[in-house]
Design a protein. Sequence first.
Length: 488
Amino acid sequence: MTAPQTDRTRWIALYVLCVGMLMIVLDVTVVNVALPSIQSDLGFSQSSLAWVVNAYLIAFGGLLLLAGRFGDILGRKRVFMVGLGIFTVASLLCGLSESQGVLVAARFVQGVGGAMTSAVILGMIVTMFPEPREQAKAIGVYGFVASAGGSVGLLAGGILTQSINWHWIFFINIPIGIATGVLASRLLERDIGIGFGGGADVPGAVLITSSLMLGVYTIVKPAADYGWSSGRTLAFGAGALALLVAFVVREATARNPLIPLRIFRSRNVSGANAMQALLVAGMFGMFFMGALYLQRVLGYDALHIGLAFLPATIVMGILSLRYSERLIMRFGARTTLLPGMVLIAAGLALFTRAPVDGSYARDVLPVMLLLGLGIGVSFPALMNLAMSGATREDAGLASGLVNTTAQVGGALGLAVLATLATTRSHDLIQSGKASAVALTSGYHLAFVIGAALVVAGIAVAVTVLERGERVAHEEAPAGAEPAWSEAC
């Protein structure tokens, strides 16, 4: 490892990592805004257009956990730099695409780079900032970028698509990726991975990657096209589950497992990841169904949708960057998390009252403020808990795990909420209701289910998370240095 970083260098390195993360997070919502333009320009059908998003999600969601573990084995800086390079080159290919096949293939490669880049960032943060107060503050910065990037992407996508063309939503990544790579190569310490030890767990790598890719594919394709109860969806889902079970059996018996199962012994780590999946699944009800409500019911264009979400982003930023560390250090991560989740559930519940002729100031802005407050308080605390039981050797794995639960939870939540909302709206239209009324009712159903998922996350927090401020490290192997000594 290189010479220790100065305090100033560490914080600059953190901001560089967060810029890399922001580029990855922005990509999803920026592309969603540009889909109509991509469809008309390249001649996608409605069904084939989904693969512009699905190709990325399958690669990204399927490789996060594996990429995080490879960061521990090969060195997190190395995996971050390679992933950033792949993502940047793939962005260039996406921007230059003049055919459907090239764009979809480039999006898959972009997902590979995105997984490698984002999977190791949290692990790098907790090793750069081992002192609890600094770590809480650093994770607050990361939490803001990870949670607010989606709404920023709506605004950026609207501006780029309307003022130039859709190609630039990809071209903009190139200078950002190059600048991030140059700064990261200079500022980040070169870490030495733990190595493969007794050899690479190739069967484990194949099983977990296949399971996650097949699971994400099941969510974004058969379930979305044929319904959750169709034979095709059930068959693919059963296949993904069987691969996951085989992977767990393999890791429990392997001499040198790719992903040591000891990380799940921590109640805080397991509980935080379960809550992450539930919370993100519920939050997609607001970000995606809320955007559709603004567009299809209130008539907002892409730029105005981005501006509508801006108050939530500003509130998130203020809390995450200035106050989350103080709250976590003063009250503990668990105590800080619960009120934030209550605010998110309240915001989603309030959105169920938005009418067909809704007013932004009366019906949307209060929801944005509640959600901004809730996310700004809860996400940094959740990230702290998710990384609390990780040793230095397992920090990349813990980082990849928390990103995996977020992506799979988000994809599953979006598929379920979108399916139920569409079915509700379709049934109402068939019964003679006006289109705007039927759409609004469908979105209301999505907001109710989203709020229920967040409430389920609150129940997990109350029953699973450790009440004390100490975080157990009994599961850490002898000689391993814990990333944390106390819960923040």
